[in-house]
Ligand binder design. Structure first.
Ligand SMILES: [Zn+2]
Length: 203
């Protein structure tokens, strides 16, 4: 591997550069230690993921990775969610929210998934906890703590790209992102709703 990082770059930059060169490939922690030349390389990897939005997977996200293995899924920054939340804010929000996903379903029941819990729909995958913007950055939301909350990766992904320019939810994208089983539920729900409320439909 002809990888010669520039000397004056930070450990985080060097790690990112290495991930980008090997996007989609499994990278072992030994390689990262060598590239980073610092002991808290794992923290730099977390920062790239949580603060800069690089979609770096670990064994917590994907069952084909072992502990100590990582993979950059995409060269697109912000693939996880658009956010620059500092590590300190993240810690604070997680603590405030009791390290549980705060997503409320239609009945007002909280999701409550914790870091590493099994993914509700994707077999073999586990959820991570992520920081969600209540009002998305793209719609003028900010990084103040009252605009931040803890979501599991499943519910955070559900929220990403769900909004139209006018701030309304794009129901089609929402439904398209659902697993098949949930799509069927949505279909049954809509069918029942429209059959039961056909008199309320406008012409
Ligand atoms: Zn959740």
């Amino acid at each position: 591997m002809n990888f010669k990082p520039e000397k004056n770059r930070s450990a985080r930059d060097r790690i990112l550069e290495y991930f980008k060169l090997r996007v989609g490939e499994i990278i072992n922690k030994d390689e990262l230690i060598e590239i980073a030349k610092i002991s808290d390389w794992a923290r730099r990897v977390r920062e790239l993921k949580d603060e800069y939005g690089w979609e770096i997977e670990s064994f917590r996200d994907s069952h084909d990775l072992k502990p100590g293995q990582y993979r950059l899924r995409s060269l697109e920054q912000g693939a996880i969610a658009p956010r620059i939340v500092t590590a300190e804010q993240r810690r604070h929000i997680l603590q405030r929210d009791g390290y549980k996903c705060q997503y409320l379903n239609q009945d007002g029941k909280m999701c409550g998934l914790k870091e590493g819990d099994p993914h509700p729909y994707r077999k073999g995958r586990r959820v991570t906890l992520q920081i969600d913007h209540i009002i998305p950055i793209s719609l003028g939301g900010n990084n103040e703590e009252d605009n931040l909350r803890t979501f599991c990766s499943f519910h955070n992904a559900l929220r990403t790209n769900l909004y139209l320019a006018d701030g309304t939810v794009d129901i089609l994208i929402l439904i398209r992102k659902l697993p098949l089983e949930a799509k069927r539920e949505a279909y049954d729900y809509l069918k029942q709703f429209f059959e039961g409320n056909s008199n309320q439909l406008t012409e």
